[in-house]
Design a protein around this ligand. Structure first.
Ligand code: FAD
Ligand code: ZN
Length: 470
């Protein structure tokens, strides 16, 4: 082993490796502290050539390797569970170029999402992906998880924002697909295979990204709505009234807001009277007629139709930021509150109200004391359908994990939904996937995995369930 380690360290170049347990430790624990990994070698290459040399050695020697970006993934995909070599892409952090006229940008895998957004903004352009973890997560991780977030309604998931990719294959060969083309129908669209593959098919080293005109007007409104059904009607109403200018439409339940108000210092109740549900929305566009006036009139119409009981349109950027701060700190508030069982699910948008009603009733009956924390990207049909432990019973609650997930996911299946809308499969959902995905789809996934990584060295054991032998 030490000979292989020495070759890998050489391949990673100067300052490109560490065997210091203290330095490696933070890479072995995921954000919620649920999984503890192990690895004796951290590689930190700074160039595509170094990644290529590393993988070529791994392939020759059958050495397993786990890629990692910002380590903010929520399904454990980035954690080496069985002593695999850890490959951090964070030193690949150069912005290779911005073509402002063509509205594209080429960045390396380790550039953070926030740095990417800021570099686009400096050119008066927009990179629209927006996540609570944007200060830490990386473009390589965003691509490998096909990240979603708060602007999917208008701009799509990461998959829709990638024009080209540079990928190092399991045997060290580089797939040079780093073109900034909107149209390219020369056969299979290979780059799409690596988007959402969670590091199981290749290592993303760089990407050509799609940029958008930066909206010059952005209106944020927080509305109180009586029910998810009213929120659904409000979504249609706002889209119709604004001609599709909604860029976010986030549903938040009152218990979720209460959790934020309790656990996140500096937050305060935004509206005069409590409401069972809220929608945080954003309307954005260019110069011309006032979007604030448009949003106000749309909301007045919504109030007249009893879709909304109260609303506040942010009067300045600070107020808009404070509304978004509440939305973006929900995950942190849940963590501070104690144990929780989370479901990142999607169902057809029109089924959201019925799903919430049915699934909440079933879970609270079956798991007495479980506290529903329901929020999410309603415009995308994606809910974070979570439950916090009854006060003081974190350990007992954790023991219910599998049973509760089974209960919720089985209901999701009946609604023709997905058990992972945006976080991926990683190691946490791998074993339950066969219950929810057809054996034909799983066989196709296994065939791809075998074709791209015949020695199973890339993030082994993640995402693709093994065949069950009877
Ligand atoms: P990591 O966690 O390091 O890795 C994630 C996966 O990608 C792993 O399987 C890893 O092996 C693989 N990988 C990483 N880099 C590469 C590479 N260069 N090549 C090949 N494989 C690679 N996600 C959403 O979609 N929407 C949200 O709204 C959202 N909000 C979040 C809020 C908080 C507070 C937190 C902590 C997380 C949130 N996430 C969200 C989840 C997470 O931030 C995303 O999945 C993000 O895309 C992961 O990026 P990362 O760089 O941290 O990747
Ligand atoms: Zn989300």
């Amino acid at each position: 082993m030490s000979e292989i380690f020495n070759r890998l360290k050489d391949a990673a170049g100067p300052n490109g490796s560490s065997q210091d347990a203290k330095e490696i430790a933070p890479h072995l624990e995921e954000w919620r502290g649920r999984i503890q990994g192990q690895s004796a070698l951290l590689l930190k290459p700074a160039t595509t050539e170094q990644v290529s040399a590393i993988l070529s050695i791994c392939h020759q020697t059958g050495t397993a390797i786990v890629p990692q970006g910002g380590n903010t993934g929520l399904v454990g995909g980035q954690i080496p569970l069985h002593g695999e070599v850890l490959l951090s892409l964070k030193r690949m952090n150069r912005i290779r170029g911005i073509d402002a006229g063509g509205m594209t940008m080429t960045v390396e895998a380790g550039v953070t999402l926030k740095e990417t957004q800021d570099a686009a903004a400096a050119e008066q352009l927009l990179f629209p992906l927006s996540l609570g973890s944007e200060g830490s997560c990386t473009i390589g991780g965003n691509i490998s998880t096909n990240a979603g977030g708060n602007h999917v309604l208008r701009y799509g998931m990461m998959r829709a924002l990638v024009l080209g990719l540079e990928v190092v294959l399991a045997d060290g060969h580089v797939l040079p697909m780093l073109k900034s083309l909107h149209k390219d129908n020369t056969g299979y669209d290979l780059k799409q295979l690596f988007i959402g593959a969670e590091g199981t098919l290749g290592i993303v080293t760089a990407a050509a990204l799609r940029l958008f005109p930066r909206p010059t007007q952005m209106v944020t409104a927080l509305t109180a709505v009586p029910s998810p059904n009213a929120a659904l009607n409000l979504l249609g109403h706002m889209q119709a009234w604004t001609g599709g200018l909604l860029s976010s439409f986030e549903l938040v339940s009152r218990p979720t807001l209460d959790l934020v108000l309790k656990n996140i210092p500096g937050t305060r109740d935004p509206l005069a009277a409590p409401s069972p549900w809220y929608v945080l929305m954003e309307v954005s566009g260019g110069a011309g007629a006032s979007l604030e006036a448009l949003t106000q009139s749309a909301l007045e119409g919504a109030m007249a139709a009893s879709l909304v009981s109260d609303a506040v349109v942010a009067q300045n950027q600070a107020q808009a930021r404070s509304f978004w701060h509440m939305r973006e700190t929900i995950a942190e508030a849940e963590k501070r509150e104690g144990g929780s069982i989370k479901h990142d699910i999607s169902v057809p948008v029109a089924s959201i109200p019925a799903f919430i009603e049915e699934a909440t009733a079933v879970v609270v009956k079956k798991f007495p004391g479980a506290r529903p924390i329901c929020f999410g990207h309603m415009g995308d049909g994606n809910l974070h359908f979570n439950f916090n432990a009854p006060v003081g019973s974190d350990a007992a609650f954790a023991a219910e994990w599998d049973e509760m997930q089974l209960t919720v996911h089985d209901i999701v299946k009946r609604y023709s939904g997905s058990i992972s809308a945006e976080h991926g499969i990683g190691q946490m959902k791998r074993d339950v996937l066969p219950r929810y995905k057809s054996s034909e789809e799983l066989d196709a996934m296994r065939a791809l995995k075998h074709a791209f990584d015949p020695k199973n060295i890339l993030n082994p054991g993640k995402t693709v369930p093994a065949v069950k032998r009877l």
